[in-house]
Design a protein. Structure first.
Length: 303
């Protein structure tokens, strides 16, 4: 009770005194001095204020830096392109580019075309007179070609057997076996294939009465010219070749084939036509001309 009376009297005295100063008008130092506020709290508050100021300054600096970077990028983009730098960059990365191109384009540039031709070729021998065959076997002629871009490697193989009745002066029949193989190199230009071929012609004469076999082999080059035209489902192929060597006066071939595309992707073609291969040469005894001619039926595909 005494404390209450003393505190009340003190308050009345302060209000009545002219030296009374409200707490709000005291300075920060006085507030600390009179223990109205905690000095540590003041310092923390001041520190927080300073931190906020610093943070605001940093934010402003970051915004300004970002703006400066955008301006610099715009200036870089507005500069003219350095063509020399572009060329050097392409040189440094050319191997990567070539690898991508080779992987994607090789399958487009490379193709294989196998063909099978059933031949009805008739074999005639010309000596002093024409000697017509009595019996012969029709053969299947395999052919295959590899194409890369404009370059073509091609090979075909022809076997033919024929029997001639009582054509020899010694009173004997004659049987012939012929192998005619060709290896081509052709260059494709538009719808034409131009090039050269290596030919190997093997001929066995068999004197039936005496069972004697005489052999002859000729190797010679030929110039090749082949054409192909297409229209929707139809395809026409035709060509000629010509060659000779020291024993062969001339050798030539010509053919024409009309084909029909069996599939929509043109991968399988059935064709029919006519072929003539003629070879005129001299052996140790006489001169002879062999002629293989007649219709042919061909089935081919491209992969």
């Amino acid at each position: 009770m005494k404390k209450i009376i003393i505190i009340s009297s003190l308050v009345l005295y302060l209000f009545a005194s002219d030296d009374y100063v409200p707490l709000s008008n005291l300075s920060q130092e006085k507030k600390v001095e009179y223990n109205f506020i905690n000095k540590k709290t003041e310092i923390n508050t001041a520190g927080n204020n300073e931190y906020e100021k610093i943070e605001n300054i940093n934010k402003n600096d970051n915004i300004q830096t970002f703006k400066d970077e955008i301006i610099e990028e715009k200036q870089e983009l507005s500069k003219p392109i350095n063509n020399e730098f572009v060329k050097e960059y392409k040189k440094d990365n050319i191997l990567k580019d070539e690898k991508k191109v080779s992987q994607s384009n090789f399958s487009k540039d490379f193709s294989i075309t196998p063909k099978l031709t059933y031949s009805f070729l008739k074999t005639d021998i010309y000596g002093t007179n024409k000697v017509s065959v009595v019996d012969e076997t029709n053969e299947v002629i395999p052919e295959i070609s590899f194409k890369y871009k404009n370059h073509i490697l091609k090979a075909d193989f022809m076997d033919s057997k024929a029997y001639f009745n009582n054509v020899l002066l010694i009173g004997s029949d004659l049987e012939t076996t012929t192998k005619w193989n060709k290896l081509y190199y052709l260059y494709n230009f538009k719808n034409a294939n131009l090039g050269i071929a290596y030919n190997k012609f093997d001929l066995d004469w068999k004197v039936v009465k005496y069972n004697v076999v005489l052999s002859n082999t000729e190797e010679f080059p030929t110039l090749e010219f082949h054409m192909k035209n297409e229209d929707d489902k139809l395809q026409v192929e035709y060509g000629v070749s010509y060659g000779k060597n020291h024993n062969i006066d001339y050798v030539y071939e010509y053919y024409v084939n009309l084909g029909y595309k069996l599939l929509n992707n043109d991968a399988l073609i059935l064709s029919a036509g006519y072929k003539n291969r003629t070879l005129d040469f001299e052996d140790d005894i006489n001169g002879y001309k062999f002629q293989y001619k007649g219709p042919i039926l061909t089935l081919g595909a491209t992969f």
